[in-house]
Design a protein around this ligand. Structure first.
Ligand code: AHR
Length: 555
């Protein structure tokens, strides 16, 4: 594993303003430099309101996400609230978690929601969709679903956090009537139906008012291997005449994998074959994009193309960011394709799975399928991705980081009574201030970075981010992807003046830095106040960092 200092000496071709760090760390706050970058915030170019749901989460019944991560059981010695891990709930309140998607993912299209209601002792044990990827280190509950967590427990978890539940229905292996009845179980008024009575018997007489419903998941793959045309027919059938019980149901269609433009185009074309009014049934189209291929174009093989979460070279740092950077083109590209049919842009993009996906081997808890160890690289990736969503508020209505705990790009790792916030979790803390803010067009100018990619000079942008304003508070978030150089940025507020400002940032001298159960505070956020002059300011943005600036504006 190469540490950042070695990278500096061996990996870079050189960058503008390269500053060599002392062995002890990085001199990131010097006063004598002149600015090498600019951030121009354009107050008269608002882009729209940032949906809080862009900061959403995803919790699948997979590996250690549900059992151990979220659910510990009422009799556990782990502090819990009705069986749900209390520490997790508290941290999710802190990041203002707005929405959580459940129960999958691929699991959703194998799940019968009726197994997860009623008295615990009567709930059946079923083979989990992911049973085949579990190892002999996995506990039985990961392979054979005990159904201790079902709709009641999940919705209760959301309520404790203050988040909206987003339930994904089974289209591959249950009929449309089962979907309708799940809606009935959740939303029919107290005393109105047999299922409302069943819900009341479990202690929930009032309806759950679940608004967000996924109609299948990855219907092009694990969700049924449909063609876009076949899936569109299914979508019309599953969404036709759903009872609403006064709630405005927001149905989310299974959308494309990464750059499958054909899926988006053909799905919508088939939907409107029955008339343009059919578009009204679709709130959003799900887009999934994982950054998994770190082979630098050498293979498209799902296993061979993956990199390691912890052991990576400088070139892999940039390769992951390049793969993540594709998100902006996917958002604008699928939006463009949607507009070919949906001229008024009724259908929004719901990026309900995103994040890096590495090969197995870095699990904090051996035996947790698909668990990986997030590092500073993943924090930078996550900041960059959230900034992309912030820059497209009119297009992206929701996004769900995959996945919440003990999985891919997790905010938290938990095992028995151990719990840790990952560098990704730190980024969500930093970015919470954007939720519901008015996104402003903001121009970031900085020298491009250059690095060695298979003996060719490759380049990557030097500074990017987003800005939003709420009342008199401006939030700017910025990502500096350079592993070696800080950026000294002049911030010009076009149409406003700063009164006072502070910054909070996540970085480390080691690009591989991560938090473990043994060392939970290796990567933490640091804060400092900034001086303002003439309504503007100059800020030094550390290398390999994610930064949030809070700026109070003059009235
Ligand atoms: O997040 C893990 C899996 O990735 C999900 O179950 C599936 O939807 C996607 O392929």
């Amino acid at each position: 594993m190469m540490r950042r200092r070695e990278f500096l000496e061996t990996g870079m071709f050189g960058t503008a303003g390269l500053c060599f760090a002392p062995k002890t760390g990085w001199n990131i706050f010097s006063n004598s430099r002149t600015a090498d970058s600019r951030i121009d915030v354009l107050f008269d170019e608002p882009l729209g309101t940032i949906s809080p749901n862009i900061y959403g989460h995803f919790a699948e019944n997979l590996g250690g996400v549900l059992y151990d991560g979220i659910w510990v059981g009422e009799r556990s010695k782990v502090p819990n609230t009705n069986g749900l891990r209390t520490e997790l709930i508290e941290h999710m309140r802190k990041v203002k978690a707005p929405v959580i998607r459940y129960p999958g993912g691929c699991f959703a299209d194998s799940y019968d929601w009726r197994d997860g209601i009623g008295p615990f002792e009567k709930r059946p044990r079923r083979t989990n969709f992911w049973a085949n990827v579990e190892s002999d280190k996995s506990p039985a509950s990961h392979r054979y679903d005990p159904n201790a967590v079902g709709t009641n427990e999940f919705v209760h978890f959301c309520k404790l956090i203050g988040a909206e539940p987003y339930l994904a229905a089974n289209v591959r292996s249950l009929p449309a009537s089962a979907f309708q009845q799940w809606v009935e179980y959740c939303n029919s008024p107290a005393g109105s139906t047999t299922l409302a009575d069943t819900r009341a018997a479990a202690g929930y007489s009032e309806p759950f008012h679940v608004k967000y419903w996924g109609v299948g998941n990855e219907s092009w793959g694990c969700g049924g291997d449909f063609t876009p045309q076949q899936y569109a027919v299914e979508f019309r059938r599953y969404s036709a005449w759903l009872p609403s019980y006064g709630d405005e149901l927001k149905l989310i269609a299974s959308g494309p994998n990464t750059d499958d433009w054909n899926w988006t185009r053909e799905f919508l074309a088939e939907i409107v074959r029955k008339g343009p009014g059919q578009l009204q049934h679709i709130y959003g189209m799900a887009l999934h994009h994982y950054a998994w291929n770190l082979s630098r174009g050498k293979t498209q093989d799902w296993d061979a193309g993956k990199g390691d979460a912890l052991k990576f070279e400088p070139v892999d740092w940039f390769e992951l960011l390049r793969e993540g950077e594709r998100m902006e083109g996917l958002v604008t590209g699928h939006w463009q394709v949607l507009s070919e049919t949906d001229h008024d842009h009724h259908v929004k993009l719901i990026v309900d799975e995103w994040g890096p996906w590495y090969r197995p081997g870095s699990e904090a808890t051996p035996g947790d399928a698909l668990e990986q160890m997030p590092t500073l690289r993943d924090a930078v990736f996550s900041g960059m991705t959230l900034d992309i969503f912030n820059r497209h508020p009119e297009k992206v209505a929701m996004a769900n980081c995959a996945q919440l705990v003990n999985c891919l790009n997790s905010l938290y790792l938990a095992h028995e009574d151990s719990f840790v916030i990952t560098p990704v979790g730190r980024v969500f803390e930093l970015y919470a201030g954007h939720q519901g803010g008015n996104s402003l067009r903001t121009v970031f100018s900085a020298p491009n970075l250059r690095y060695d990619r298979d003996e060719k000079v490759a380049s990557f942008w030097g500074l990017k981010g987003s800005a939003s304003v709420r009342g008199k508070e401006l939030t700017i978030t910025a990502v500096n992807p350079s592993p070696t150089d800080s950026r000294l940025a002049e911030i010009a507020l076009r149409g406003a003046a700063a009164k006072n400002a502070s910054m909070t940032f996540v970085t480390d001298t080691d690009i591989h830095a991560h938090n473990t159960f043994e060392q939970p505070h290796a990567v933490v956020a640091q804060s400092k106040s900034l001086s303002v002059s003439g309504g503007n300011l100059v800020v030094e943005i550390p290398p390999a960092s994610v930064t949030a600036l809070k700026i109070q504006l003059n009235s």
